[in-house]
Design a protein around this ligand. Structure first.
Ligand SMILES: Cc1cc2nc3c(=O)[nH]c(=O)nc-3n(C[C@H](O)[C@H](O)[C@H](O)COP(=O)(O)O)c2cc1C
Ligand code: SF4
Ligand code: SF4
Length: 343
C-alpha cells in the first residue's frame, strides 16, 4: 500500500500516519510520500500496489491545487487499482459538540479524476481534524485540539480496519447535497480567491531572516526580497509558514487587508460604475456582467499592487509597527495552530 499526503499544519500527515500504523500492525507493508517533496512520477511505482491512498486538507471547499496537479499526472490504469481519499476538514468543538467542516469539491473532484484514469474508489471519507485557518479565526486551545484529534484517531483507525477487511467506505457521500450547493464558492476560491488570499501574509520586524519559511514552503511561494519575506501569488494558504515561524513574525494584516479589500471591491468599482461607465457612450460597457468582470479584474490588480507597496513600506519602522499592531494575529489570545505533529 502507498499513501500520498499533503499537509500544511500536520493534520493530513497525522491521518496518513494513523492509517500506515494500522496497516503495519496487521503486517501490511505501507509507505507514505509527501507531495510537497516534489515527487517524480518515475520514482513512484504504483503497479505493485493493492491500495493507494490520498490524504490532504480541504482548502476553499476543494482539494489543494498541489494535490489536484498530482492526481492529473498519475498514470492511467486498466486494472481498477483500488484507491481511497481522505480529506481533513475544519473540525471545531462547541461545548461537547464536535462540529464538521465542509467538503465542497474536495472529495468529488479528486474522485472524478481518479475514476477517469481507471482507478476504483473504495474509500471516500472526510475527517474533521481541528481547523487551522488562523487568518480568519484564533487558533484553537490545546485542550480542544487534543479532544478533536483523539476522536479523529479513533475514526481513522476504524476507516483503515474497514479498508483492510475489503469493505468500501463511502461516508463522504452523505455530504453530497451540501457539497453541490457550495460548489460555486469552490470554483470562486479556486479561480480567484486563493490568489487574493496569498496577499494576506506579511513578516513584521520580529523576523530575523532565518529563511525557514522560505525553505519549508511546499510550493516555493516565499522569497526574501530586500531582506523581508515576500508571498507570491502561488501561495496555497496552507498556514505552514505562519504556524511554524520560530519568531512568530508572520501576520495577517487584518486592518490593512480590510481597508484594501473595501477599496478594491467596493469603493473603486462603485466609482467607476457611477461616474465612468454611466457617462460612457459605449452601451455595452453599461451591461451588468461587464461591470462584474471589471470589478474583479480591477479589484485583483489593486490587491496585488497594494501588496507590493505594503512590502516596501514595511521597511519603515513606524509603518511596520502600525501594521503589526493592527493585525489580530499579533495578539497572544489569537494563538497559532499547534497541530498534532507541529511542535
Ligand atoms: C486557506 C484555508 C482554507 C480552508 N478551507 C476549508 C474548507 O473549505 N472546508 C473545511 O472544512 N476546512 C477548510 N479549511 C480547514 C483545513 O482544511 C483543516 O484545518 C485541515 O485539517 C488542515 O489540514 P493540514 O494540517 O493537513 O493542513 C481551510 C483551511 C485553510 C488554511
Ligand atoms: S521563518 Fe519567520 S523569522 Fe524566519 S525568515 Fe520566515 S518570517 Fe522571518
Ligand atoms: S507561503 Fe506559507 S501559507 Fe503559503 S503555501 Fe507556502 S507555507 Fe503555505
Amino acid at each position: 500500500m502507498r499513501i500520498f499526503y499533503f499537509s500544511g499544519t500536520g493534520n493530513a500527515k497525522k491521518a496518513a500516519e494513523w492509517i500506515q500504523e494500522s496497516m503495519k500492525e496487521k503486517g501490511i507493508s505501507a509507505e507514505k510520500y509527501n507531495l510537497a517533496s516534489k515527487l517524480s512520477m518515475l520514482e513512484i511505482k504504483l503497479a505493485d500496489c493493492d491500495l493507494i491512498g490520498f490524504c490532504y486538507p480541504t482548502h476553499g471547499f476543494n482539494a489543494p491545487p498541489i494535490v489536484l496537479r498530482f492526481l492529473w499526472q498519475l498514470p492511467k490504469t486498466n486494472n481498477k487499482t483500488k484507491v481511497f481519499l481522505l480529506n481533513t476538514r475544519a473540525g471545531m468543538k462547541i461545548s461537547k459538540l464536535f462540529t464538521p467542516g465542509i467538503n465542497g469539491f474536495a472529495l468529488i473532484l479528486p474522485a472524478l479524476i481518479l475514476r477517469l484514469k481507471g482507478y476504483r474508489i473504495v474509500g471516500y471519507r472526510p475527517l474533521d481534524m481541528p481547523s487551522n485557518w488562523i487568518s480568519i479565526h484564533p487558533g484553537l486551545r490545546q485542550k480542544v485540539i487534543n479532544s478533536i484529534v483523539n476522536r479523529c484517531q479513533r475514526i481513522t483507525k476504524k476507516f483503515a480496519e474497514k479498508l483492510m477487511a475489503g469493505k468500501k467506505v463511502h461516508r463522504g457521500l452523505n455530504d453530497l447535497p451540501i457539497d453541490l450547493l457550495i460548489s460555486p464558492l469552490a470554483l470562486g476560491y479556486y479561480f480567484y480567491g486563493r490568489f487574493i488570499l496569498s496577499k494576506t501574509f506579511i513578516a513584521t520586524d520580529a523576523c530575523n531572516q532565518c529563511r525557514i519559511c522560505e525553505k519549508e514552503c511546499p510550493v516555493d511561494a516565499i522569497s526574501l526580497k530586500n531582506g523581508m519575506p515576500y508571498w507570491a501569488y502561488n501561495c496555497e494558504s496552507c498556514m505552514h509558514c505562519m504556524n511554524t515561524c520560530p519568531q512568530r513574525a508572520i501576520e495577517t494584516p487584518h486592518a490593512y487587508t480590510t481597508l484594501i479589500w473595501w477599496l478594491a471591491f467596493s469603493l473603486v468599482p462603485v466609482f467607476i460604475f457611477k461616474y465612468v461607465l454611466k457617462a460612457s457612450t459605449f452601451t455595452y460597457l453599461k451591461h451588468e456582467s461587464i461591470y462584474i468582470i471589471l470589478q474583479y479584474v480591477l479589484g485583483g490588480l489593486i490587491v496585488f499592487g497594494a501588496y507590493k507597496v505594503l512590502h516596501t513600506l514595511m521597511h519603515f519602522n513606524a509603518i511596520n509597527k502600525l501594521i503589526a499592531y493592527t493585525s489580530l494575529t499579533k495578539y497572544k489570545f489569537w494563538r497559532r495552530y499547534k497541530g498534532p505533529v507541529v511542535k
